[in-house]
Ligand binder design. Structure first.
Ligand code: F6P
Length: 342
């Protein structure tokens, strides 16, 4: 009788519930199979905090943002005894496989547990779209849509006032959301960590644009960009995985641009609004496919792999692939965005 466990760890992401539903429904297609949900990410695994999942538990959750299991940024190797307590819960619940839905930090811990002998399968998730080994991550599409809607709205108020608006989006050390939302929203400049930028050049673009009669400019900034030489970001607090807590770099960029251009410049930091709420149709479908595929791989007895999107397919790739790198925006994609600046 296969018993499959599932947990969500790290920051949440639209589509998590669709994956949980996919895992549950696919697993229960097998007679006698069971699904155990682990609450609050690794923390619940370490503490043995579990709930049974069945068709009723996952009814009506496809559309819901967040995760019905809860999540945390607790890492078993940093905040616990690593393998021991995780293995205990897996054994006590008779789990044949644990499906771990998480971002790069979570997948790294999953890989370590897998290398120590635990039966683990990863499902990559993040709005940042920066996980290596997969073409795309669920949650990204929703975040881009939210950011694009925000840019559309900000453009109209900026135009009324002949202003520049700096829109800051999430993405940690990569500029996927900024680049996609910038293209979709017709941004006049996009600053991302992968591409060095020059604020003098950005200011020139803005001045030229307004000289030609346009009454607003939108500058999209990825939260992870560095400031120009001579300026320093305030020291960031760390999250439980040891990552910098980002957000707010745009305030300094906006001040510099206002001084350079003479145009009133305002800031909108979109923050967690990009992560909350209902997933887009695209993310609901992708997350469902990933959940169904992960359960299928688990039932087939696979371990140490991650579900990955490769073209039209969902395939199993070694979890190492996800942990080998953090995927950045390809130069050609950024060049496409840059062709429309100004
Ligand atoms: O990794 C996803 C992400 O939303 C990043 O874009 C962002 O920097 C970070 O998580 C925010 O995390 P928290 O919810 O801990 O503030």
């Amino acid at each position: 009788m296969p018993v499959i466990g599932v947990l969500t760890a790290g920051g949440d992401c639209p589509g998590l519930n669709a994956v949980i539903r996919g895992v549950t429904v696919r697993t229960l297609l097998d007679d006698d199979a069971e699904v155990v949900g682990i609450k609050n990410g690794w923390e619940g695994l370490m503490e043995g905090d579990t709930i049974p999942l069945d068709r009723d538990t996952v009814r009506g959750i496809l559309f819901r943002g967040g995760t019905i299991l809860g999540t945390s940024r607790m890492d078993p190797y940093v905040h616990g005894d690593g393998y021991e307590s995780c293995a205990r819960t897996i054994k006590r619940n008779g789990l044949e496989c644990l499906i771990v839905i998480g971002g790069d930090g979570t997948l790294r811990s999953a890989l370590r547990l897998s290398n120590e002998g635990l039966p683990v399968i990863g499902v990559p998730k993040t709005i940042d779209n920066d996980i290596a080994g997969t073409d795309v991550t669920f949650g990204f599409h929703t975040a881009v849509q939210v950011a694009t809607n925000a840019i559309d709205r900000l453009a109209s108020t900026a135009e009324s006032h002949n202003r520049v608006i700096v829109v800051e989006v999430m993405g940690r050390s990569k500029g996927w959301i900024a680049t996609y939302a910038g293209i979709a929203g017709g941004a006049d400049s996009i600053l991302i960590p992968e591409v060095p930028y020059d604020l003098d050049a950005v200011a020139d673009v803005i001045k030229r644009r307004h000289r030609r009669g346009r009454r607003y400019s939108i500058v999209v900034v990825a939260e992870g960009v560095e400031l120009p030489a001579g300026f320093e970001r305030p020291a960031a607090r760390k999250d439980a995985f040891g990552f910098d807590r980002l957000g707010g770099v745009s305030y300094q960029i906006a001040e510099i641009l206002e001084d350079m251009t003479g145009f009133e410049t305002r800031v909108s930091v979109l923050g967690h609004i990009q992560r909350g709420g209902t997933p887009s149709a695209f993310d609901r479908v992708l997350a469902t496919r990933l959940g169904v595929a992960a359960a299928g791989f688990a039932i087939d007895g696979q371990q140490g792999v991650m579900t990955a999107v490769r073209g039209p397919d969902i395939v199993a790739v070694p979890m190492e692939e996800a942990c080998a790198d953090i995927r950045g925006v390809p130069p050609k994609l950024y060049d496409t965005a840059a062709a429309f600046f100004g």
